[in-house]
Design a protein around this ligand. Structure first.
Ligand code: NAD
Length: 432
């Protein structure tokens, strides 16, 4: 019988890897689930609910994972947790694969198999396992709710006997998963919504949500999407034209939500200090790209900055502020990922290492890093025989290659000398 363990998360993480709902389904599929006592409380799931769903409760993390074949976490856990696991067991979570090379290598060396959910290939079959989407969607919602709570005026137009309250103007920059939900939420609240992106495919989606698309639509813009559906770094000339257009637009906005990201690169700076100074006092910016440096020049990651009456929210882990929904969706992503790897007859763990999804997300097996992209990037950080790589950094979510098992710490991994440690974050959070 496959055993699944769920430890508690660290103090900054209110989400949890499994919910009572998903425990019930996994128990039905033949799993034995053990949850650390109190681990679900910050998402409002009690030990009793887990017990009712069929889980056993362990009094500490080590007990929760000791016999597990699979351990589900939200974030990368401390080394001690991996050491408490069985060799060869699978540790599955948002493991932040491109930061803290030494920490990741140490986790790998415990002999635990590591799977980073952020690396899930974006193919149709994996949609139900896409943690970046499930968490970004909530971040987009929460960004608008936070902005409207901080904005000291109403969002919808109200016609009253005492006069008319004008509708607020909300501008969404970056229309991926988070941006689309931000548009939908702002529209529901009655705001006049505009949005921009560098990918032409987005124009129609923006219109279908009742918002207006604002962008420099030149030849470069028409080619700006990668085959994988992500944004490309734009030329300096395009950036200049775009900045002029945005500067003119931003000064009339009440709320700006920024979500612009380019895989493998720091967040593009889209809002300058001068643009912020052109906004009316009381305007609010929520920067969902704060984790990757921010889309504005004045974003302070983890803080609310204020400049000339304009507040810039750089808060992290927005999905963690909607933990009940975020945990529910995240747990369903994990359940969808693991179920195909449960042998239907023997009810044991049977990972198909040749499966595209296992290959895409596996970063360590039998004590070594097995993902080429991670090995390259971590090799550079670990001070290995780094070689300059003329190619630009690749999308972190591109299907990944597997490399021959090789320890990153042995310094032999070929790596670009100065790549950014890419942190694809469960958006809005020191997670995603
Ligand atoms: P993301 O988080 O990588 O980036 C957010 C948005 O910022 C993107 O729309 C990007 O184009 C935009 N952006 C980048 N630079 C910009 C700039 N200079 N100015 C304005 N906007 C800029 O994006 P995401 O939310 O991960 O979504 C990326 C794409 O992947 C979308 O098309 C989405 O629909 C698609 N997707 C596919 C699947 C699947 O399973 N097939 C799942 C989820 C998302």
């Amino acid at each position: 019988m496959i055993a699944i363990g769920v430890p508690a998360e660290g103090k900054d993480e209110p989400r949890i890897g499994l919910t009572p709902e998903t425990v019930k389904k996994l128990v039905k599929a033949g799993a034995k689930v053990t949850v650390r006592s109190g681990a679900g409380l910050r998402s409002h799931f009690s030990d009793q609910e887990y017990t009712d769903a069929g889980a056993a409760i362990a009094k500490n993390d080590a007990d929760a994972v000791a016999d597990a074949d699979v351990v589900f976490t939200v974030r990368r856990p401390p080394l001690a947790l991996a050491k408490a696991m069985k060799k060869g067991a699978a540790l599955i979570g948002m493991l932040d694969p491109f930061s803290d090379a030494e920490g990741l290598d140490a986790l790998a060396k415990t002999g635990v198999s590591l799977f980073a959910m952020e690396l899930m290939p974006r193919i149709t079959r994996a949609q139900s396992m896409d943690v970046l989407s499930s968490q970004s969607n909530l971040a987009g919602y929460k960004a608008v709710v936070d902005a409207s709570a901080a904005f000291e005026r109403a969002l919808p137009m109200m016609m009253t006997a005492a006069g008319t309250v004008p509708a607020a103007r909300v501008f969404i920059m970056g229309v991926g998963v988070a941006g689309l939900q931000a548009i939908a939420t702002a529209r529901r609240l009655g705001a006049i919504v505009t949005a921009t992106d560098v990918r032409p495919a987005v124009k129609e989606q923006v219109a279908s949500l009742g918002a207006k698309f604002v962008a420099v639509e030149d030849e470069e813009f028409k080619q700006a999407e990668t085959a994988g559906g992500y944004a490309k770094e734009m030329s300096d000339e395009y950036k200049k034209k775009q900045a002029a257009l945005i500067a003119d637009h931003v000064k009339n906005q009440d709320i700006v939500i920024t979500t612009a990201l380019i895989p493998g690169r720091p967040a593009p700076k889209l809002i300058s200090k001068a643009m912020i100074e052109s906004m009316k006092p009381g305007s609010v910016i929520v920067d969902l790209a704060a984790e990757r440096g921010g889309n504005t020049e004045l974003t302070k990651p983890g803080e609310i900055a204020e400049h000339k009456g304009v507040r810039i929210f750089g808060l992290l882990n927005l999905p963690g502020q909607v933990p009940v929904n975020a945990s529910s969706l995240y747990a369903r992503n994990l359940q969808a990922f693991i179920e195909p790897f449960i042998d239907k007859e023997k009810k044991t763990l049977a990972i198909d290492w040749d499966d595209e999804l296992a290959k895409g997300t596996a970063i360590a097996r039998d004590g070594a890093i097995v993902n080429a992209m991670v090995a390259e990037r971590l090799g550079a950080k670990a001070g290995g025989a780094a070689k300059a790589d003329p190619k630009p950094a690749r999308a972190t979510r591109a299907p990944t290659k597997t490399a021959p098992a090789k320890s990153v710490a042995n310094g032999k991994a070929k790596a670009p000398a100065k790549r950014n440690g890419v942190k694809r974050q469960p958006k809005g959070g020191k997670t995603p």
